[in-house]
Design a protein around this ligand. Structure first.
Ligand code: F6P
Length: 368
């Protein structure tokens, strides 16, 4: 029998469709099924450090299932064990471990456990709190679908839906103008969004970080489509895509973030080279944060609700320091730090690659 009487919830890292559905499932399960009081922490671990915590009633979490973003707010720059507390004379950040402050802010409200909804970085930030006696249960989220240990994360299918819609729209304008349209999609160093949206929209070329591309191969392919009378091509390009002899394009470096590299710019580069080498009019679009916004698709609402419910089940069954995962069609849990500093990439033998190749999709790999 669990002794948990009060829990808190935070959302950390980049936002993602389905966060509110998890908050709702956790809070309603806690309140209705277990008589547990629930507290919401604003802006991820930053709000925990700054003591911005207030009670969530069932009213607060009503009507949020379908809403994108997070009612709690989020932050992707805070790690309590390595928190920026000031700057030295040269402007360099001064870091301190403020985990004890987090524990104190929870203890003074008699909060026994914390539900941490975030990516691998946010979830692993919770491990020191578990060592200090605050139970933490992680719920993995990311549109990138790259968290190790779980076959799927909520938010991913909504991002794929948005990306597919964009590619479909580019398709009709590309066909009308006989152009090449390059669309840069998110995903960090993983190609899941681009591969799935590319297959769903019938993109002619799909460039993902896991398969470095050869520019000449892409140009030959685009030209051969032109000669075969297709008159246009759609290129779905992951932000982390890179040439065989090169590196991904870094848009900017944010030293205040635990994950300081932000990718971006490859779509423009690929489009410029195709235009120069083939003479075919080529345009690029960067879909950007549109992929993270908006209402979650039904399957993400379902998955997020399952994840939230399962987090409460783990907690009430006495689990300590665990992360919810979906393996196949089964909900399970792994250690909270299981996914830390790892990334789940598209394996080279993934069946979707074969499916795409069988309809003559070009991945830009020289030998194929
Ligand atoms: O991890 C989610 C994600 O949207 C990535 O796909 C993208 O590379 C990154 O976050 C963008 O981060 P930011 O919102 O900090 O620009």
């Amino acid at each position: 029998m669990s002794t948990v009487k009060r829990i808190a919830i935070l959302t950390g890292g980049g936002d993602c469709p389905g966060l509110n559905a998890v908050i709702r499932a956790v809070a309603k399960t806690a309140i209705y099924q277990h008589g547990i009081r629930v507290f919401g922490i604003e802006d991820g671990f930053l709000g925990l450090i700054e003591d911005r915590i207030s009670e969530l009633t069932s009213m607060h979490v009503s009507g949020i299932l379908t809403i994108g973003g997070t009612i709690l707010g989020t932050n992707n720059k805070t790690n309590p064990a390595n928190h920026i507390t000031g700057y030295d004379d040269h402007g360099a950040p001064i870091h301190e471990d403020v985990s004890d402050r987090c524990v104190e802010n929870l203890r003074k409200r008699d909060i026994d456990a914390l539900i941490v909804i975030g990516g691998d970085g946010t979830i692993s930030c919770a491990a020191p709190l578990v060592e200090k006696g605050i139970n933490c249960i992680g719920v993995p989220k990311t549109i990138d679908n790259d968290i190790v240990g779980t076959d799927i994360t909520f938010g991913f299918l909504t991002a794929v839906n948005t990306a597919t819609d964009a590619l479909d729209k580019l398709h009709s304008t590309a066909a009308s103008h006989h152009r090449v349209m390059v669309c840069e999609l998110m995903g960090r160093n993983a190609g899941w969004i681009t591969l799935n949206a590319g297959v769903a929209s019938g993109a002619d070329v799909i460039l993902i970080p896991e398969i470095p591309y050869d520019m000449d191969r892409i140009c030959q392919f685009v030209e051969s489509r032109m000669h075969r009378g297709r008159g246009f091509s759609i290129v779905a390009c992951a932000e982390g895509a890179k040439p065989v002899d090169g590196e991904p394009v870094v848009a900017r470096y944010d030293p205040t973030s635990p994950d300081p590299i932000r990718l971006g710019g490859i779509g423009e580069r690929v489009a410029a080279t195709i235009g120069e080498k083939t003479g075919i009019e080529t345009r690029f679009t960067v879909l950007g944060h549109i992929q993270r916004g908006g209402t979650p698709v039904p399957s993400d609402r379902v998955l997020a609700s399952q994840f939230g419910h399962h987090a409460m089940k783990i907690l009430m069954d006495g689990g300590v320091g665990r992360m919810v995962v979906m393996q196949g069609m089964t909900l399970d849990d792994v250690d909270l730090t299981f996914a830390a500093n790892k990334q789940r990439l598209v394996p080279h033998d993934h069946p979707l690659l074969e499916t795409a190749r069988s309809v003559r999709t070009c991945f830009g790999d020289p030998q194929k």
